[in-house]
Design a binder for this molecule. Structure first.
Ligand SMILES: Cc1cc2nc3c(=O)[nH]c(=O)nc-3n(C[C@H](O)[C@H](O)[C@H](O)COP(=O)(O)OP(=O)(O)OC[C@H]3O[C@@H](n4cnc5c(N)ncnc54)[C@H](O)[C@@H]3O)c2cc1C
Ligand code: SF4
Length: 333
């Protein structure tokens, strides 16, 4: 049986107390929300912590609030299940409800939180293993070692961003509220939050807490959808994920965006697809062209399971599925 390592457990009852604890133990403390990712990682020695700070008793971070500008503010401690089932989220951001509703299985979505999903650690077949397994391979750049087994002679870890919420939140222009005792509050777009470093792919300081995710009101005629490639229809992390959205204006496309993830350490917004689609009818000819453009820009690696050549072939398939699903949502309105 895998056991948790020894650590001091804290259960603060206010945001200020969380921030004070983070400041008191720089680099040695980890926040735990639902624990569905952190606890297995601690058991496997993929992450270390001498202090674990629970967010379970912190007030003010588990609500959905409609702001005066029409945006929705989602507390970081909302469960994925609560987000997926919330009436306003489903009505305004069906792609977000869809994406978080596809995370893992029902138990994980009940325990797992939106904040934990946004801040999820990256994944790789060479790191998400037991300590014994990693030791016998000589570890790797992400933890305890000096080489990468995916990109031989690589100097940068390319473990994959595997959180289902990230591509959709990025597509929707969502913004994060990050707070620390030393610097107060700052806001950052989800599209700027992730960096291409698999060791730690977030612009989140060790003394910071994510309190809220604000999703702006969708522009008129905006439709979006999410498509996730995974071995089984439950439990599994994405092998490829695609969020696609556009505005339909008089039957023509505007502001089309496609964000692809689970390939590299951060979600990637595809280039040149907005221009390619602008002013055109949303038909299969265009979707084929957009799929081909995505294929050219996506290069899966052996960082997660699933043959990379096959995953690449799946890129246009899943881009087209996301586009068709977004179009169907538009037609249903
Ligand atoms: C079998 C299995 C399958 C899974 N499948 C998927 C999947 O398909 N898709 C997917 O996206 N995920 C998947 N997961 C991962 C996980 O269940 C979800 O990502 C979940 O949303 C994580 O949320 P949590 O609250 O449990 O996070 P935790 O484990 O509590 O935390 C995760 C990380 O986020 C940090 N963190 C948490 N909250 C905050 C905050 N408010 N501010 C700053 N940092 C914070 C923690 O310190 C930790 O580093 C799977 C997990 C398992 C075990
Ligand atoms: S990408 Fe390379 S360095 Fe990163 S976890 Fe995988 S093997 Fe390790």
């Amino acid at each position: 049986m895998l056991r948790l390592p020894k650590f001091e457990y804290h259960a603060p009852e206010s945001i200020d107390d969380v921030l004070a604890l983070l400041a008191e133990h720089p680099g040695e403390a980890r926040l735990v929300a639902g624990g569905t990712d952190l606890l297995p990682n601690l058991k496997h020695g993929i992450e270390d912590a001498s202090h674990v700070i629970s967010l379970a008793r912190v007030p003010g971070v588990s609500e959905v609030v409609e702001l005066s500008d029409g945006s929705l503010q989602l507390g970081a401690m909302l469960s994925l299940e609560a987000v997926a089932e919330h009436e306003l989220v489903r009505a305004r951001y069906p792609a977000l409800a869809q994406a978080v509703g596809l995370v893992a299985g029902p138990h994980h979505r009940r325990m797992g939180t939106l904040g934990g999903n946004v801040c999820l650690n990256t994944r790789c077949v060479y790191i998400n293993q037991s300590h014994f397994w990693r030791e016998s391979l000589g570890y790797c750049l992400k933890k305890d070692g000096s080489a990468c087994h995916v990109v031989k002679k690589g100097k940068r870890c390319v473990a994959a961003a595997s959180n289902d919420s990230a591509p959709v939140l990025s597509l929707l222009g969502a913004e994060l509220t990050l707070v620390s005792a030393a610097r107060g509050e700052r806001r950052m777009l989800v599209s700027d939050f992730y960096v291409r470093d698999g060791v730690f792919n977030k612009q989140l300081e060790s003394d910071e807490l994510l309190t809220h995710v604000r999703v702006p009101a969708p522009p008129a005629g905006h439709h979006a959808a999410y498509a996730k490639l995974r071995p089984r229809d439950s439990i599994d992390f994405p092998r490829l994920s695609v969020a696609a959205g556009f505005r339909l204006v008089d039957g023509k496309l505007a502001d089309l965006d496609i964000v692809v993830s689970a390939l590299a350490s951060s979600p990637v917004r595809l280039n040149k697809v907005t221009e390619l689609a602008a002013g055109r009818a949303p038909d299969e000819t265009l979707f084929e062209e957009l799929g081909a453009a995505a294929y050219k820009q996506c290069h899966p690696l052996t960082n997660i399971d699933g043959d990379p050549a096959w995953r690449r072939e799946m890129v246009p398939v899943y881009v087209k599925r996301a586009l068709r699903a977004a179009l169907e949502r538009g037609a249903a309105r």
